[in-house]
Design a protein around this ligand. Sequence first.
Ligand SMILES: Cc1ncc(COP(=O)(O)O)c(C=O)c1O
Length: 380
Amino acid sequence: MKFNTKTIHAGQKPEETSGAVMPPVFFTSTYAQKAPNDHQGYDYARVGNPTRTALEKLIAGLEEADECACFSSGVGAIDAILKTFKPGDHIISTNDLYGGTYRLFTQVYENYGIKFSFVDMTDIGKVKDAITNQTRMIWIETPTNPLLRIIDIKGVSDLCKGKNILSAVDNTFASPYLQQPLLLGADVVMHSTTKYLGGHSDVIGGAVASSNSSFMEKIRFQVKTTGAVPGPMDCYLTLRGIKTLAVRVQRSTENAKKIAEYLDNHPKVGAVYYPGLENHPQHQLASEQMSDYGAMISFSMKENTIEKAVSVMSKTEIFTLAESLGGVESLISHPASMTHGSIPKEKREEAGLKDSLIRLSVGIEDIEDLINDLEQAISS
Ligand SMILES: Cc1ncc(COP(=O)(O)O)c(C=O)c1O
């Protein structure tokens, strides 16, 4: 099955008793057993639910993974991955990453003795230099949030091979429609399904997919034991969202390319961060490992102050000022005070994230309306 067909059909057959085309929402916490442990594959809904199974099979199909486990949020999924490690283990991560991931790493897991190095992973030499005998995972987020840097998934995954180091990719920004990390050699792929997979800003969720069966056994153990599982209605909404993933991402990417060009040519706009622009430092790599460049853009104004950035963000009318991304509607946000507020200012600045940065999640509205909206906010 090819990708677009999979978004509709992978892991989903018409329901057996009624022929319902959509998987039913199984609202149940438990399942009848004929005799102790003699059941139809489900014993208790923390461990499994048929609506969740349908979603897990679908995401596994899209990511070319043997297995997937879904969680109640993206950070719940990252948390489950982190719980497979032990004190003394060392993890290398990109220095430009989602603020909630940074907070989880530094404010929770450092307290439990896991060690982290945050490096500029666009330079593969720096990743190599950071590897120690204790390194057990390299955490790749690409494109990075919010500076849209591109990390070489194959290059970093190759560094991990044969060394008992897991390569894991947060594929939230790209979605499997644009990038399939396991096909590039990564061991694990993770999603905040809240974003492009759900696609309608109406559900929070996360997923971990991999073909490494011993790792997935550990993840299943976390599902059962620590229980950050999604409810059946959330799984259903995400399933429904995924059916239109391809058309939504195609359309929002087309819009984003036009907006990136418009911003890049605007006399009042300073830096524009979009991997589809030829002047992006990793444009070539993005062209190789992604099938297109996605719908996230960051930029700063020539008048490079927080006041000017806040003024632009407060004036847009179609772009809603809000956290999150990947929905059908366009959003504008201020990473320094919103999504990345939990990263200390000096660390943010070290990684290149200035207080004047503005981030856009481009939706599927009409491009003329989106550009007119930005124009009135930028030029007024
Ligand atoms: C790249 C990335 N990873 C993970 C997350 C966390 O996902 P969630 O908000 O679903 O917990 C986010 C949320 O914004 C994100 O942008």
